[in-house]
Write a protein that binds this ligand. Structure first.
Ligand SMILES: *[C@@H]1O[C@H](CO)[C@@H](O)[C@H](O)[C@H]1NC(C)=O
Ligand SMILES: *[C@@H]1O[C@H](CO)[C@@H](O)[C@H](O)[C@H]1NC(C)=O
Length: 355
């Protein structure tokens, strides 16, 4: 029993959890864009948005369950983010205003973007910070955290470089955050994430089919982060024809799911064993491989054998005629009013990237 638990645990670590982790703050300030928040900030852990702030709501909103848990344990952590965002908002606005003046630009639409954070390798223990700005869609200035100096790739940013290089207190504060504080936070986030994933369990891959002739859907769910791929192979080669790949969608618990359909109509029964479905996680060596095998397919389809088809059709036609007589006008009215199926799509929950 203990052996089994250990096997599952190591398999889980290897399958579901990459060793490289990242914490990224993505901030965007704009001027002259109507109906758009002047300032928006997102925090991303392993490229998944975990928190969001904008100047309209003025509050930092946790986006995934494990961050909600962390904030419950440590409410000051959220407060720190809210204060930092408000502070940044003023700094960004002042920076745009001074750039517009200094670059002799007209008022109108201007966008200042900021991307910063750190990466941490769970295996080597190495971490790396980064801190850079873009202005009006182009690289503007970046901080070299080793040399503690700003790098301006364009002459327009040169005055900014001189000014920011002179602000030694800010440089040392930045270095301290990107080299020490944020890596510690990232490790803490990864701990929460890991225990959350241990509760949600292994990512699972299953084969589903509506009827014996319809396409076979390979469905993977419960994985995190969303850097994954799912595809069909024949004789070990990825298939591009007769497959229909869906998007990666979020589950309610913060994990992700995706599926890929295989059209089996032209596959002979003896060739089924040549096919398998592969789930691949970016940064993880071992793939989850599921063979195309009738005994592995889950279906709700019930064989109608033994039930005379003629009788079924007769009953259905009779019922339809009856229904039409009773409510024909009603159905017609509904249709002309635009009769739409209820939207049950999960994708409505997706949060758009603020960039
Ligand atoms: C902006 O205009 C001033 C005065 O017209 C000029 O001296 C300066 O070089 C201009 N700056 C830029 C960046 O074009
Ligand atoms: C599957 O392939 C067959 C022929 O190869 C085609 O007629 C059929 O429309 C395809 N089914 C789907 C769902 O794409």
């Amino acid at each position: 029993m203990i052996k089994f638990v250990i096997v599952v645990f190591t398999l889980f670590c290897r399958v579901a959890f990459p060793v490289k982790h990242s914490l990224v703050f993505s901030l965007t300030a704009s001027s002259g864009v109507p109906d758009f928040p002047e300032y928006m900030g997102s925090a991303l852990v392993d490229e998944v948005q975990v928190g969001y702030f904008d100047s309209n709501t003025k509050t930092a909103e946790p986006k995934v369950d494990w961050i909600r848990k962390l904030i419950k344990d440590d409410p000051q952590h959220l407060e720190w983010y809210v204060n930092k965002c408000i502070e940044h908002q003023h700094f960004f606005k002042a920076t745009i205003d001074s750039l517009v003046k200094r670059l002799n630009q007209t008022e109108g639409v201007h966008i200042l973007q900021h991307m910063s954070g750190c990466e941490w390798d769970d295996e080597t223990g190495e971490s790396r910070g980064f801190h850079q700005y873009g202005y009006d869609g182009e690289d503007f200035i970046a901080l070299d955290l080793q040399m503690l100096t700003w790098i301006a790739p364009k002459p327009q940013a040169f005055i900014t470089k001189l000014r920011w290089d002179a602000d030694k207190a800010r440089l040392h504060r930045d270095k301290y955050y990107y080299m020490h504080i944020y890596p510690v936070w990232l490790k803490k986030y990864v701990q929460y994430l890991r225990s959350f994933l241990q509760r949600t369990g292994l990512p699972s891959v299953s084969l589903l089919q509506k009827t014996p002739s319809s396409q076979v859907t390979c469905h993977a769910t419960g994985f995190y982060p969303d850097r994954a791929d799912l595809f069909w192979r024949k004789d070990g080669e990825e298939l591009h024809e007769d497959v229909d790949k869906g998007e990666i969608l979020p589950n309610h618990d913060g994990t992700f799911q995706m599926s890929v359909d295989l059209n089996i109509s032209s596959i002979a029964a003896e060739d089924w064993k040549k096919y398998d479905c592969v789930f691949q996680m970016s940064g993880v060596k071992d793939d989850l491989i599921t063979k195309l095998d009738k005994s592995m397919i889950r279906t709700n389809w019930v064989s109608p054998s033994g039930f005379p088809a003629g009788a079924v059709i007769g009953v259905v036609v009779g019922l339809l005629l009856l229904l039409l007589c009773i409510s024909g006008l009603f159905i017609w009215r509904k249709k002309t009013n635009g009769f739409r199926p209820a939207n049950t799509s999960d994708s409505a929950d997706r949060h758009s990237d603020p960039n």
